[in-house]
Design a protein around this ligand. Structure first.
Ligand code: 13P
Ligand code: SF4
Length: 324
């Protein structure tokens, strides 16, 4: 039985649409401990939209897409930032907050896109395409960002590409994001062969089956999906843009072609909307749990560090993006 006098029981009201009471009971001890540790350590938890509901609605202070997390990381007054997301997000938070302690609860929380390209690859591309600016998706290591002219996220990629005022750019490493942006701009885009292991699995046939089985469904696709998937969708945008679309349009029936937890988190805010949920799990995002967030705050682990010389160059690329 949930003791309704506790803070955890109050929080349960936010997630009861997707989390059974017995499961929530198993989270209660960690949630209470995390809330106390945040106060003791003057810590904030930044959580990506793909985090599970008990993290997203239970302990996070700031939630959002990669762009929002980077922007909000810059303005926090906290001494400690716990990044409930993947490693490149924690590195970005560290780049923007060199004096603060940034913790990632599990060092194995990686990303197939970040793993698809190295700093040496960028140096070779620069030799092959002299003078062509390098636009790098934030889903990359600090070393890769350090070799880049400017970063972008799925929320601002088109604006970043067009801000450079050049006819041709290299846009790395997500081939599908690059192709999806190329379809919206006159700037010529040279892509790399990186893919998100979650979004590359969606197919146009999935969308056709969804439309057949759920008449009238509105299909929203993340731009890391293949272009033929985006072409069949009704809307494409970053995780925050998809969430805003649902908020604005309030479609009676919707499907988000993206990571599983995103639908849970958005559905909780819209009990009157029917969410159809074919989803793919991101194994890296799922490395983060309440237990390892608690351990991160108790044991100050794992501290994110970036070599100062690399950090200085990588920070420039991120700051240029934030100025667009
Ligand atoms: P956004 O939240 O920026 O859309 O990114 C999606 C993603 O895959 C992050 O890992
Ligand atoms: Fe990387 Fe894709 Fe997972 Fe995002 S969803 S962290 S892009 S593998």
């Amino acid at each position: 039985m949930l003791d309704m006098s506790t803070q955890t029981a109050t929080l349960y009201q936010r997630v009861k649409g997707v989390v059974p009471p017995a499961e929530w009971l198993s989270f209660a001890d960690d949630i209470e401990a995390i809330l106390a540790l945040k106060r003791q350590r003057n810590a904030v938890i930044l959580a990506h939209n793909y985090q599970t509901p008990e993290i997203y609605h239970g302990v996070a202070d700031i939630v959002g897409d990669s762009l929002a997390l980077a922007r909000k990381a810059m303005t926090t007054e906290a001494d400690v930032i716990v990044l409930a997301g993947v490693h490149f997000m924690a590195e970005t938070a560290k780049l923007l907050n060199p004096q603060k302690t940034v913790l990632i609860p599990d060092l194995r929380a990686g990303c197939s896109l970040a793993d698809s390209i190295t700093a040496a690859d960028i140096r070779l591309l620069r030799e092959r395409y002299p003078g062509v600016p390098v636009v790098t998706y934030v889903n990359t290591s600090a070393e890769v960002k350090a070799e880049s002219d400017i970063c972008c996220t799925s929320g601002n990629a088109k604006a970043v590409v067009e801000s450079l005022g050049v006819p041709r750019v290299l846009m790395l490493p997500d081939e599908y994001l690059a192709q999806n942006v190329a379809a919206q701009t006159d700037v010529q885009i040279i892509a790399w062969k990186g893919h998100c292991e979650v979004h590359e699995r969606f197919t146009p046939a999935d969308i056709r089956a969804l439309r057949e089985n759920h008449p009238g469904v509105m299909v929203l696709a993340h731009p890391e999906c293949p272009p033929e998937v985006v072409a069949e969708a009704d809307f494409s945008g970053s995780t925050a843009a998809m969430s805003d679309y649902v908020e604005r349009q309030k479609p009676p029936r919707v499907v988000l072609m993206t990571e599983c937890s995103m639908s849970d988190n958005v559905a909780l805010q819209h009990p009157d909307i029917e969410f159809i949920r074919p989803c793919n799990l991101c194994p890296h995002m799922k490395r983060i749990t309440l237990a390892n967030i608690r351990a991160a705050l108790e044991q100050n682990r794992h501290v994110v560090t970036v070599d100062p010389e690399i950090a200085a160059r990588a920070r420039l690329a991120v700051e240029r993006m934030l100025a667009v």
